[in-house]
Design a protein around this ligand. Sequence first.
Ligand code: HEC
Ligand SMILES: [Cu+2]
Length: 354
Amino acid sequence: MFSQRKSSWLVILLVLVSVFVLTGCGDESISVMKPSGPVAEEQLWLMKLGITIMVFVVVVVFAIWGYVLYKFRKRKGEQDKTEAIDKQVQGNHLYEIIWTVIPFILLVILAVPTLTSLYKHEKTYSKEEALQIKVVGHQFWWEFQYKDMGITTAQDLYIPTGKKIQFDLTASDVIHSFWVPAIAGKTDNNPGLNNEMWFQADKEGIFRGKCAELCGASHALMDFKVIAISPEKFEKWAKDFKALKDNPKTADAKEGQAVFANKCLMCHAVGEAGGKIGPSLTTIGDRTEIAGILPNDKTKLGQEVNPKLFRDNMDNWLTNTNTVKPGNKMGIIPLTNKEKNALIEYLAGLKLEQ
Ligand code: HEC
Ligand SMILES: [Cu+2]
């Protein structure tokens, strides 16, 4: 058996080891520590500045505290400490000025860059300067409208690298919050209001985004991706998106299209046709994940959706909608196996040519 003292040392050791081991966990594409654009870079720099100043204050204060504790300790043989107490400095003007001025300087060092960044990131860019995108948060999915391009999509947000993206953020039901940690801090989507923010991605890549405001049962599952590609690839993506024809190739897919028109189209759009209650499924066959959370193995640029996973995920979504994303607004649509398979075949074909 360990003694009490030994076991508390063990706990401390365990905590220290886990700190080092667990800091290695997590997805790089969602890390604030790996910024991929100017906004996130500046925000990380501000965090580092704040932490440096705090560490400096803690170290200096603890050093003084340790020094005083040691210097004025009760020594062996001293009966009464009062005789050894040093000269008192209460009310000393010089000291008081010093310990007022130092924190003031530290706060100025913090405030100047923070406020400068705040105003810089508050700026709204016009359509000549930035790509304009309206983001609507819904329980529990994201809608992206490219205002000047006539494109509406969901879950996967394609953007060009090296260009500012001006966002107009709102929500259809409750408050959500739009957050892509590697590219910028969060901004709320409020129903009935429009918040603005901008960001820019400098590197190509797939960056994970999250809803950062508790919005209901599946809040934690309200994920999306920002897919940053070169301006040339983006142009091609937009052109292909608009040119996409809803022309199923196989007999099964044609049957799926008919089922879709019957049971799904009132809520989901494909191209121009269809309802707006659910996400647009125009390019559902290209999605990195189904419903934002069932991975199709498309984690890097250039990678294609894994067809087997797509089928399994789609089957899972159509069969277990309510357990995959509790409280979602789709619910379970009764389908025979034949209808489901035809639908999956149809949806898998809704994608851009590579
Ligand atoms: C009552 C409206 C409604 C109907 C009818 C409906 N859906 Fe949905 N669907 C939704 C909503 C809302 C979501 C978003 C759920 C979420 O993520 O919270 C959704 C999500 C989806 C997704 C995930 C989309 C993505 O971007 O990853 C797929 C796929 C889907 N539905 C397929 C279908 C199919 C196929 C049918 C017909 C059998 C159908 N839905 C019928 C409302 C509906
Ligand atoms: Cu949300």
